[in-house]
Write a protein that binds this ligand. Structure first.
Ligand SMILES: Cc1cc2nc3c(=O)[nH]c(=O)nc-3n(C[C@H](O)[C@H](O)[C@H](O)COP(=O)(O)O)c2cc1C
Length: 150
Protein backbone atom coordinates (compact mmCIF):
# COMPACT_ATOMS: atom_id res chain seq x y z
CA UNK A 1 0.00 0.00 0.00
CA UNK A 2 1.28 3.48 -0.81
CA UNK A 3 0.92 6.12 1.89
CA UNK A 4 3.06 8.76 0.23
CA UNK A 5 1.36 11.48 -1.81
CA UNK A 6 2.37 14.63 -3.65
CA UNK A 7 0.29 17.72 -4.28
CA UNK A 8 1.17 20.63 -6.51
CA UNK A 9 -0.69 23.91 -6.56
CA UNK A 10 -0.29 27.44 -7.88
CA UNK A 11 -1.65 30.58 -6.26
CA UNK A 12 -1.31 34.35 -6.37
CA UNK A 13 0.45 36.25 -3.59
CA UNK A 14 -1.89 38.65 -1.77
CA UNK A 15 1.04 40.33 -0.04
CA UNK A 16 4.39 41.57 -1.34
CA UNK A 17 6.82 38.65 -1.65
CA UNK A 18 9.41 40.48 0.44
CA UNK A 19 12.23 38.63 2.21
CA UNK A 20 10.46 39.15 5.56
CA UNK A 21 7.17 37.70 4.33
CA UNK A 22 8.88 34.71 2.70
CA UNK A 23 10.98 34.07 5.81
CA UNK A 24 7.89 34.08 8.03
CA UNK A 25 6.14 31.70 5.61
CA UNK A 26 9.08 29.34 5.55
CA UNK A 27 9.48 29.30 9.34
CA UNK A 28 5.82 28.37 9.81
CA UNK A 29 5.90 25.88 6.90
CA UNK A 30 9.03 24.11 8.16
CA UNK A 31 7.69 23.91 11.71
CA UNK A 32 4.44 22.30 10.59
CA UNK A 33 6.06 20.13 7.94
CA UNK A 34 8.68 18.78 10.32
CA UNK A 35 5.92 17.66 12.69
CA UNK A 36 3.83 16.13 9.90
CA UNK A 37 6.35 14.32 7.71
CA UNK A 38 5.94 16.77 4.83
CA UNK A 39 8.74 17.85 2.51
CA UNK A 40 8.60 20.02 -0.59
CA UNK A 41 9.63 23.08 -2.51
CA UNK A 42 8.15 26.52 -3.21
CA UNK A 43 8.94 28.82 -6.13
CA UNK A 44 7.70 32.39 -6.20
CA UNK A 45 7.57 35.57 -8.23
CA UNK A 46 5.74 38.79 -7.25
CA UNK A 47 2.75 37.34 -9.19
CA UNK A 48 2.75 33.65 -8.38
CA UNK A 49 3.50 30.85 -5.93
CA UNK A 50 4.00 27.28 -7.12
CA UNK A 51 4.52 24.67 -4.46
CA UNK A 52 4.96 20.90 -4.27
CA UNK A 53 4.28 19.14 -0.98
CA UNK A 54 5.01 15.47 -0.33
CA UNK A 55 3.99 13.32 2.61
CA UNK A 56 1.27 11.18 4.15
CA UNK A 57 -2.18 11.76 2.62
CA UNK A 58 -3.80 12.83 5.90
CA UNK A 59 -1.05 15.39 6.58
CA UNK A 60 -1.30 16.83 3.06
CA UNK A 61 -5.08 17.14 3.30
CA UNK A 62 -4.80 19.01 6.59
CA UNK A 63 -2.11 21.26 5.15
CA UNK A 64 -4.21 21.99 2.06
CA UNK A 65 -7.04 23.08 4.34
CA UNK A 66 -4.71 25.57 6.04
CA UNK A 67 -3.32 26.75 2.70
CA UNK A 68 -6.81 27.49 1.36
CA UNK A 69 -7.49 29.67 4.39
CA UNK A 70 -4.19 31.55 4.34
CA UNK A 71 -4.84 35.23 3.46
CA UNK A 72 -1.28 35.69 2.20
CA UNK A 73 -2.31 34.19 -1.13
CA UNK A 74 -5.47 33.64 -3.17
CA UNK A 75 -6.76 31.98 -6.36
CA UNK A 76 -5.25 28.70 -5.16
CA UNK A 77 -5.52 26.12 -7.96
CA UNK A 78 -4.73 22.49 -7.22
CA UNK A 79 -2.72 21.20 -10.19
CA UNK A 80 -2.16 17.62 -9.13
CA UNK A 81 -2.66 15.28 -6.21
CA UNK A 82 -1.80 11.60 -6.15
CA UNK A 83 0.30 8.76 -4.78
CA UNK A 84 4.04 8.67 -5.42
CA UNK A 85 6.68 5.98 -5.00
CA UNK A 86 9.37 8.27 -3.62
CA UNK A 87 9.87 11.89 -2.61
CA UNK A 88 11.40 14.30 -5.13
CA UNK A 89 12.32 16.77 -2.35
CA UNK A 90 13.36 14.52 0.57
CA UNK A 91 15.92 17.02 1.89
CA UNK A 92 13.64 20.03 2.16
CA UNK A 93 11.38 20.58 5.18
CA UNK A 94 10.36 23.26 2.71
CA UNK A 95 12.84 24.70 0.26
CA UNK A 96 12.20 27.90 -1.63
CA UNK A 97 13.54 29.98 -4.47
CA UNK A 98 12.59 33.25 -6.09
CA UNK A 99 12.35 33.05 -9.86
CA UNK A 100 14.62 35.69 -11.31
CA UNK A 101 15.79 37.14 -14.60
CA UNK A 102 18.41 34.42 -14.97
CA UNK A 103 15.63 31.79 -14.94
CA UNK A 104 14.10 32.97 -18.22
CA UNK A 105 15.17 29.75 -19.97
CA UNK A 106 13.51 27.63 -17.29
CA UNK A 107 10.30 29.60 -17.66
CA UNK A 108 10.38 29.18 -21.42
CA UNK A 109 10.94 25.44 -21.07
CA UNK A 110 8.23 24.70 -18.53
CA UNK A 111 5.63 27.47 -18.78
CA UNK A 112 3.75 28.72 -21.81
CA UNK A 113 4.21 32.44 -22.51
CA UNK A 114 6.86 32.43 -19.78
CA UNK A 115 4.24 32.73 -17.01
CA UNK A 116 4.42 30.65 -13.84
CA UNK A 117 0.68 30.17 -13.38
CA UNK A 118 -1.54 27.09 -13.12
CA UNK A 119 -2.94 27.70 -16.61
CA UNK A 120 0.49 28.03 -18.17
CA UNK A 121 2.05 24.82 -16.81
CA UNK A 122 1.39 21.10 -16.82
CA UNK A 123 1.80 19.42 -13.42
CA UNK A 124 4.82 17.55 -14.82
CA UNK A 125 6.32 20.84 -16.03
CA UNK A 126 5.75 22.45 -12.64
CA UNK A 127 7.47 19.54 -10.92
CA UNK A 128 10.47 19.74 -13.25
CA UNK A 129 10.71 23.50 -12.74
CA UNK A 130 10.71 23.02 -8.96
CA UNK A 131 13.26 20.19 -9.23
CA UNK A 132 15.66 22.33 -11.25
CA UNK A 133 15.32 25.23 -8.81
CA UNK A 134 15.81 22.90 -5.86
CA UNK A 135 19.02 21.53 -7.40
CA UNK A 136 20.27 25.07 -8.01
CA UNK A 137 19.62 26.14 -4.40
CA UNK A 138 21.11 22.91 -3.06
CA UNK A 139 24.37 23.55 -4.90
CA UNK A 140 24.74 26.93 -3.20
CA UNK A 141 24.38 25.59 0.33
CA UNK A 142 27.69 24.66 1.99
CA UNK A 143 27.92 21.01 3.04
CA UNK A 144 26.59 20.50 6.55
CA UNK A 145 24.30 23.51 6.48
CA UNK A 146 21.40 21.96 4.61
CA UNK A 147 19.65 20.88 7.79
CA UNK A 148 19.51 24.53 8.89
CA UNK A 149 18.01 25.65 5.59
CA UNK A 150 15.50 22.87 5.05
C1 LIG B 1 2.75 30.23 -0.28
C2 LIG B 1 2.51 29.55 1.04
C3 LIG B 1 3.16 28.34 1.31
C4 LIG B 1 2.92 27.68 2.52
N1 LIG B 1 3.52 26.48 2.74
C5 LIG B 1 3.19 25.78 3.86
C6 LIG B 1 3.74 24.48 4.08
O1 LIG B 1 4.54 23.96 3.33
N2 LIG B 1 3.36 23.83 5.22
C7 LIG B 1 2.50 24.38 6.12
O2 LIG B 1 2.18 23.73 7.12
N3 LIG B 1 2.01 25.61 5.95
C8 LIG B 1 2.33 26.33 4.84
N4 LIG B 1 1.83 27.58 4.67
C9 LIG B 1 1.17 28.22 5.80
C10 LIG B 1 -0.21 27.74 6.02
O3 LIG B 1 -1.02 28.26 4.99
C11 LIG B 1 -0.70 28.29 7.38
O4 LIG B 1 -0.61 29.66 7.39
C12 LIG B 1 0.11 27.78 8.52
O5 LIG B 1 0.20 26.40 8.48
C13 LIG B 1 -0.57 28.25 9.83
O6 LIG B 1 0.22 27.88 10.89
P1 LIG B 1 0.67 28.87 12.07
O7 LIG B 1 -0.51 29.76 12.39
O8 LIG B 1 0.98 27.91 13.17
O9 LIG B 1 1.88 29.60 11.57
C14 LIG B 1 2.05 28.26 3.47
C15 LIG B 1 1.41 29.47 3.19
C16 LIG B 1 1.63 30.11 1.99
C17 LIG B 1 0.94 31.40 1.71
Amino acid sequence: MNHLYRLIYASRPAVPTSPGVIQALMESARRHNGLNGITGFLAYTPEAFVQALEGPAYALTACLGRLFQDPRHNHLQLMSYGPIDARTFPDWGMGCAALQQRHTLLLQRYCSAGRMTADAMTPAGALMLLEELSAEVMLKIPAGELALSA
